[in-house]
Design a protein around this ligand. Structure first.
Ligand code: ZN
Length: 439
């Protein structure tokens, strides 16, 4: 399975880059046509459903805000020359700016201009959700070159009753136990922090649709915070079925993997990802904090879901974060396909991990008679034969197959193969852990 995943993945890196490049220029936000158009583009990869939730809908302590749309935004100097134009870069306008058309002195304008003095060529990313104001973001070099005088500013946006859009796709499995993959999709032209998660999630979903799965997989492409809160408020009945989940973000840069554990810290998903990370390659495991992406909502105490956050270089830990330098040059085809391959490995373990009961627990069953063990020659050193003994000994209902793999040092795939063989010979029965039981 792993080899298959690796082989079929390599051409997917460039394919994912192409989707990211198509999404990159679009001005996404927490609501509006940019978000909707982005979800439609992802529909070319997977048949996700676009859900629309009306403005004013309550979601726990929140309310779906007015829908924001933008047609134009620019600043002209006294001579009528355009000095900043939203058409050049979606980051030029503070996201969710209210409309304005006015003439202002440079001094009056200044409080609405944002730049990064320490990175004078980069445009910062700013938002003004839930605040009634407007602004522009520009390279510091351009800001400092503006001459005194009068400027004409135009922000041609609308904030009107409409909808919050999100994308949802369920890939049904043999059981209704679910694995949740969630990614924020509300950032404008930002590649690693947004597009990488969106395109890898779409391609993971596409690969899962092509095979038979034990578990059910649910994918969400949501506006950050309000989208996850809205989804949770509308889907409380789904929540008990969630056995594991991952928030995906910043998985396109060339850094090693970082996994932020769920709030529980000892959930199955935490164990699986920790098992697969390779610290010798620089992969890192960090504890839950209530700061970051939508794991904040999934792991809020009223839900406390087994959902971690899978990243390469975390948010805020790379200099390009939330600037125009988080562009298509920062993400790499190999990094995207490597992230996809890792997620497929995580899925493979989730699919096969289970608790089993040895049906012949008093002494070892006679494996040779069943063709499971070489008839002569005593204890063999082949991994599978040893795995049979490990699985039989520790299948007391309290050790999962992954526990046994970790304790024995035998690869999980071999342990899982041994368990399947023993089940076929009616020496073992498996019980799927219930999603919420903390074993
Ligand atoms: Zn962000």
């Amino acid at each position: 399975m792993e080899n298959l995943a690796k082989e079929t993945n390599s051409p997917l890196g460039p394919a994912m880059m192409r989707v990211a490049a198509e999404l990159y220029p679009i001005c996404r936000s927490i609501t509006g046509n940019g978000l909707r158009e982005s979800l439609r583009i992802l529909q070319n990869c997977v048949p996700l459903e676009i859900r629309e939730v009306p403005t004013g809908t309550r979601a726990f302590d929140w309310e779906v805000p007015a829908e924001w749309n933008i047609r134009a935004a620019w600043i002209k100097d006294g001579s009528g020359r355009t000095v900043v134009d939203f058409r050049d870069h979606s980051l030029h306008v503070v996201n969710y700016s209210r409309p304005i058309h006015a003439r202002l002195s440079l001094n009056e304008l200044r409080s609405h201009l944002f730049s990064l003095p320490e990175r004078p060529d980069w445009i910062p990313y700013r938002t003004t959700y839930y605040r009634d104001t407007w602004g522009f973001c520009l390279p510091h070099r351009l800001l400092t070159s503006l001459a005194d005088g009068e400027y004409e500013v135009c922000v041609d946006t609308s904030l009107e009753p409409g909808n919050l859009s999100y994308g949802e796709l369920v890939v049904p499995g043999r059981t209704t136990d679910e694995v949740l993959f969630s990614c924020h999709s509300c950032h404008p032209s930002l590649a690693n922090d947004n597009l990488s998660g969106m395109v890898v999630a779409a391609h993971l979903a596409a690969s899962l649709r092509q095979r038979q799965n034990h578990l059910t997989y649910r994918f969400l492409w949501l506006p950050g915070t309000i989208g996850a809160i809205t989804w949770l408020a509308r889907n409380e009945s789904v929540v008990p079925r969630i056995r594991a989940g991952l928030v995906l973000s910043c998985i396109g840069d060339s850094g090693p993997f970082t996994y932020k554990k769920s709030r529980r810290g000892d959930a199955e998903i935490d164990q699986i990802v920790s098992h697969l990370l390779s610290p010798e390659s620089g992969d890192r495991l960090i504890d839950f904090t209530p700061i970051g992406y939508d794991e904040r909502q999934y792991c809020s105490p009223g839900f406390n879901l087994p959902v971690g956050c899978f990243m390469r270089t975390p948010n805020g830990c790379f200099p390009e974060y939330h600037t125009s330098a988080d562009n298509l040059d920062l993400i790499k085809p190999d990094s995207l396909s490597g992230s996809l391959a890792m997620l497929q490995r995580i899925v493979d373990v989730l699919e096969q991990n289970r608790f089993c009961q040895n049906l012949n627990p008093k002494c070892e069953p006679q494996l040779g008679r069943r063709g499971l063990y070489r008839a002569l020659g005593g204890l063999s050193n082949t991994g599978l034969e040893q795995a049979l003994l490990w699985v039989l000994n520790f299948s007391d209902g309290r050790h999962s197959l992954l526990d046994i793999a970790e304790r024995s040092g035998i690869p999980f795939a071999t342990i899982a193969q041994a368990a399947t063989l023993l089940e076929q010979h009616e020496l073992l029965v498996s019980e799927t852990p219930s999603p919420t039981s903390g074993r």
